[in-house]
Design a protein around this ligand. Structure first.
Ligand SMILES: [Zn+2]
Length: 145
């Protein structure tokens, strides 16, 4: 996928409703611009949760990873931690562990176009299928805008 390296191009992508929830490779400048705003609402994870995530995907989630807004399982009412989000993405088959590791450790920066749409997931606490809000976390090389 071609890297988006102009603000004008990314704003155009962002304003197209067809791109809601889609993830794009972007330049560091664009990533920094949008992720900076999210940093103000980020609840960063601690060492314990970082090692839980490392156990799940085989990669350290890196600096600055955390949740940016609440997401709760509609079936058992558990509020998702960042490692819950990672576990549910794996359970639901949305991403493989190496894919997720590449989001944190590769050389690329990624932004998902923010959306109010819900997404399907599997809760890592009750293992039931449900829906959850879309964009609610940030990593050193992954955020939403
Ligand atoms: Zn649940």
């Amino acid at each position: 996928m071609k890297k988006v390296d102009s603000f004008t191009a990314f704003e155009k992508i962002r304003s197209d409703p067809n791109n809601a929830g889609r993830t794009f490779s972007v330049s560091k400048d664009i990533f920094d611009h949008f992720s900076e705003k999210l940093r103000q609402s980020t609840r960063e994870i601690g060492a314990k949760e970082a090692s839980e995530i490392e156990d799940l995907i085989g990669a350290d989630p890196g600096k600055g990873a955390g949740t940016t807004r609440d997401a709760t399982c509609e079936k058992c009412n558990t509020a998702f931690s960042l490692s819950d989000h990672v576990a549910s993405a794996l359970l639901a088959g949305k991403h493989t562990a190496p894919e997720m590791a590449s989001f944190f450790q590769g050389n690329d920066y990624w932004l998902t176009v923010d959306t109010k749409e819900k997404r399907e997931t599997i809760c890592p606490h009750c293992y039931r299928r449900g829906v959850i809000i879309h964009c609610c976390y940030i990593f050193s090389r992954y955020a939403y805008a």
